[in-house]
Write a new protein. Sequence first.
Length: 323
Amino acid sequence: MGIEVILEPIQEQLGKVEERLHNDLSSGDTQLADLIFHIGKIKGKRFRPALLLLSGKCSGSFVPQHIDLAIVVEMIHTATLVHDDIIDEAVIRRHAETINSKWGREISILFGDYIFSRAYTILSALDSQIATLIMSQTINTICEGEIVQLLRRYDSDITESEYLSIIERKTASLCAASCKLGAIFSGANKRLSEALTNYGLKLGMAFQIIDDCLDVIGKEEEVGKTLNTDIQTGKLTLPLIRLVNRLPVNRKESACELIFQNGGKKTNSAIIDLLSEHEAIDYAYESARQLVKKAQEEISFIPDTIFKTALLELGDYVVDRER
């Protein structure tokens, strides 16, 4: 099922988020107009705003602040992507040139910072200590995860549990915060708020695992972004960690040399063959499926509504993306 169908129950609210995003990023300086227009073209599925809005709808009354917060989480996500593309030297993002490839490193760094600052302008206007605290802690957590991942580049000793800790921080934490904010601003009780937060955390981890699989085996024209960036930048992700752990000692060194040598299409093809031989991609997909199952179980006690159904279907969507 396509994500557009899944998100039909909140199309009106997502439309308001979309309308506001461009306006709230706008600047009085016309020199920024091209950048802002371009970042509008590199829009994704609005996954995190959807989590926030659906969590709010599942928790009680819906308030105008839900729209503001949905814009904040999407801006923060967008800013992290702008910075990620600099680190990964990515050329394509969502079928369009990245800010980095079009305007260069310096502009990209500052533009990412600009988006962060615009998000905090909206957040500060809400005058909510809890929202500011949650988002500040989340950004700290995202940065920790990204830094640790960079520090562990070209490290063949990284374990599966260490990898999971990294993606929990760098990706899943924002999904969890989105669900938590949606619940809190609808007046959810502690049990419901924690359940939705845990749902978001597990779903976000599954999302990143599938992304990491697609980075290795996906087709750029279908995925819509520069692929093989993990291998090229020395990041061992779950399928690669599984491969290394499955190999006998006498083959590990040569496999790591293959992974880290950045040898182009022939090397990538050889890595994919190894992953297939040792069922490492299947293992990673199954790990993601188990996380989604646990995420769906977290919210099983919530009364059945079209909004809960959408959250459950989002989990299926995450792991059903094309290999």
